[in-house]
Design a binder for this molecule. Sequence first.
Ligand SMILES: Cc1cc2nc3c(=O)[nH]c(=O)nc-3n(C[C@H](O)[C@H](O)[C@H](O)COP(=O)(O)OP(=O)(O)OC[C@H]3O[C@@H](n4cnc5c(N)ncnc54)[C@H](O)[C@@H]3O)c2cc1C
Ligand code: FES
Length: 268
Amino acid sequence: MNPYAPKLTKIKKIIEETPTIRTFVLEGKPIEFEAGQFAELTVPGVGEAPFTPSSSPYAPDLEFTIMKVGRVTRALFELKEGEIIGVRGPFGKPYPLNDFKKKDVFIVGGGVGFAPLRSLFLALIENIKEYKKIYIRYGARTPKDIVYKYLIPGWQKIKNVDILLTVDVGDEEWKGRVGVVTTILDEIPVDVKTTPAIVCGPPLMMKFTTQRLVEAGFKDSNIYLSMEKNMSCGIGKCNHCRVGKFYVCKDGPVLTWKDVKDIEDPFL
Ligand SMILES: Cc1cc2nc3c(=O)[nH]c(=O)nc-3n(C[C@H](O)[C@H](O)[C@H](O)COP(=O)(O)OP(=O)(O)OC[C@H]3O[C@@H](n4cnc5c(N)ncnc54)[C@H](O)[C@@H]3O)c2cc1C
Ligand code: FES
């Protein structure tokens, strides 16, 4: 199999999550994956970029939740339901779910960083009895920027799931917490010595969240960070994605704070 050849797939549905974020539901399941692995999506005639599926690995469809930021994502946002994109992957390593068993799992997300965390969360709740309690702490800029608003109330009703949201700036309807995501990390209701913390979001959010988790007593090797680096090949050949001694495409995309803490500006 040529690892550079994308599988062509129809866009089945497009869900408008926020003014700049959409979920693309693909028809069928062009690739199998485990939570945390990523794929390269191709817009024919434009190019490709890496994204982590946001759907459950157990679901029949494959979904990606994508923020419009540049050339490829702008072209993706031009596409309509029924049009074709390419998918190749999966690449990278999945979250080590076996290491999370019999423990609380503490998930912290910011903005579109909820995408891989949703896939992780859905994989965890598939076998929820294996874990103690699953915590989600999520921050968005404003209430309008919260992704999966239509799913969160259902998740909040699941036994042993505890979800807390915050926005940087509220509006007249918002009754929840206001402040950056670290402000809802003041109370951490888990055993920090054993609990894995899984973090994904914009670089500054990752930096300050990691600082807060370390201060709270989480072990460096238990803080799992999604490293977003420029990628090209996706298979450890082109050197585009190096962070210190790691290739994010092969050794990541999730690395622990223990792995990256000695690297200068690991989140840049
Ligand atoms: C493993 C991995 C998983 C990822 N998963 C996801 C995911 O699930 N969802 C998601 O949304 N993203 C995800 N990303 C990030 C995603 O890959 C990038 O957002 C994407 O590659 C951007 O491609 P682009 O061609 O649209 O942007 P590019 O054109 O390459 O632009 C890249 C950056 O340049 C800046 N830029 C570009 N154009 C402009 C402009 N006109 N004005 C100002 N600044 C500009 C933007 O800040 C942008 O971030 C992931 C990245 C990695 C490495
Ligand atoms: S993207 Fe080519 S080495 Fe990682």
